[in-house]
Ligand binder design. Structure first.
Ligand SMILES: [Zn+2]
Length: 96
């Protein structure tokens, strides 16, 4: 299921599938996170990412990805650790 609004914003940016994103979303304690700048809800926004050595392992990607959720209103990028996902979280270890 692809939404037309879920397009990468720059070359190299990827958008996680719902299945890839779910283990990370499960780590976010706040189930209805809101943007601290403009107050827009971040719930339901896709997780975006790009290759980065300090990022997280993602199912289907060989390299680590820096992951973030973009505010739909003010476009601020929230790294998922700011939303409570541990930097050491590895969904591949949880799964296996
Ligand atoms: Zn915002």
């Amino acid at each position: 299921m692809q939404s037309k609004t879920k397009k990468p914003a720059f070359p190299g940016e990827v958008i996680l599938s719902a299945e890839q994103a779910q283990p990370f979303l499960d780590q976010i304690p706040e189930k209805n996170p809101a943007c601290t700048f403009c107050g827009a809800s971040l719930k339901g926004q896709p997780i975006r990412g790009y290759t980065h050595d300090g990022g997280w392992p993602v199912e289907g990607y060989e390299k680590l990805l820096w992951l973030y959720i973009k505010c739909p209103k003010c476009k601020y990028d929230y790294a998922i650790w700011k939303l409570g996902v541990p930097r050491s979280f590895n969904p591949k270890e949880v799964k296996n």
